[in-house]
Design a protein around this ligand. Structure first.
Ligand code: DAH
Length: 340
């Protein structure tokens, strides 16, 4: 019996509780009426008188020790629950707060929009899944134009009448169909082209389209607006150049370059050795397009332009590879404007 008492004493001393359930098993095993200690007291009664004194002493020690342990366990569980109930411990160190950064394309897009808003433009958005009419036909693309080719455009597989818009010029058509001049809108958005992805090309990117229609609008109005935009976004010294070009939906058409300079090796690479970079297409809206959209070209004229947001961000932030914009690499993203 002494052996059994010694063994139980060791178990009582080694017992650990971390949750309420452990406390219950301790009671069940040792201190309850049906627990092992009480059982020993039962057996104790049957012992011969000469052993009773010694065994009784150790048995009582075991019982006292078990009660002590029970009190300790109860106290520590109580302390635990008090500390987790307390909502705020102002003395604890704070959690590290990871600060986000705004995506460079968002920052540049917001800047572009706010510059044109100052000139009275409002924002009009259109769907990314478009039909042939809004993306091509209304914009005076001939039926056999290469842009309509599967090679260049993503068509919706189940219904090839629909496609992913290849430019935000489609929104021009929607705006002209739905409203009366004077019109002065800006249409930012994502566009898609079937291109192999590389440092210089991607299958999706962002454009901002502008459209101004009113009586007596001329090429000079357009040039003035674009000069203002360029000096706002690139700085007062910005120089622009309009080069004759061709788009089915404008007549006359131009491409606009900004002067970038030729100071570093990078400048040579970016400007292909010319010092100039193209940042948008523009022109006077073709009378056929006005007519397609229900606007009388004898009464109204207007200009339109479309620029690539990635390209402008690339110039402003010196981003060497277009793929960086969509890879979600935190090392790239955290270099930009902090939020908050
Ligand atoms: N849609 C043309 C493109 O994606 C850009 C463009 C050129 C838009 C001339 C225009 C414009 O509004 O007048 O390359």
């Amino acid at each position: 019996m002494q052996e059994k008492i010694k063994q139980l004493l060791e178990e009582v001393n080694a017992f650990q509780v971390s949750i309420e359930d452990d406390l219950e098993s301790f009671k069940r095993k040792f201190t309850n009426k049906k627990g092992e200690i009480n059982q020993l007291f039962g057996e104790f009664k049957a012992l011969p008188g000469d052993q009773k004194k010694l065994v009784g002493q150790t048995l009582n020690q075991l019982k006292t020790r078990a009660t002590e342990r029970l009190n300790e366990f109860q106290a520590s569980l109580k302390a635990q629950s008090v500390s987790s109930d307390r909502p705020h411990d102002l003395t604890l160190p704070g959690d590290a707060h990871v600060q986000g950064a705004r995506h460079p394309l968002t920052t540049v897009l917001n800047r572009i929009v706010s510059i044109f808003e100052r000139l009275g433009f409002t924002v009009a958005e259109g769907p990314e899944i478009e039909d042939d009419w809004h993306n091509f036909s209304a914009l005076n693309f001939p039926d056999n134009h290469p842009a309509r080719d599967m090679q260049d455009t993503f068509f919706v597989q189940r219904n090839p009448d629909y496609l992913l818009r290849t430019h935000t010029s489609s929104v021009q058509v929607r705006v002209m169909e739905d409203s009366e001049p004077p019109i002065k809108v800006l249409s930012p958005g994502r566009v898609y082209r079937n291109e192999a992805i590389s440092a210089r090309a991607h299958c999706f990117f962002h454009q901002v389209e502008g459209l101004v229609i009113d009586k007596g609008i001329s090429f000079a109005d357009m040039k003035q607006t674009l000069q203002y935009f360029s000096s706002e976004i690139f700085g007062d010294q910005a120089r622009i150049k309009l080069r004759p070009s061709y788009f089915p939906f404008t007549e006359i058409s131009a491409e606009m370059d900004v002067y970038w300079g030729l100071e570093t090796e990078d400048d040579y690479r970016i400007t292909k050795g010319t010092g100039w970079v193209e940042i948008m297409g523009c022109g006077m809206v073709d009378p056929n397009v006005l007519r397609n959209c229900g606007i009388d070209p004898e009464v109204y004229s207007g200009y339109a332009f479309g620029m690539g947001v990635e390209r402008i961000a690339q110039l402003l932030y010196r981003v060497p590879d277009l793929r960086l914009y969509s890879q979600n690499d935190i090392r790239f993203l955290k270099q930009f404007e902090r939020i908050g």
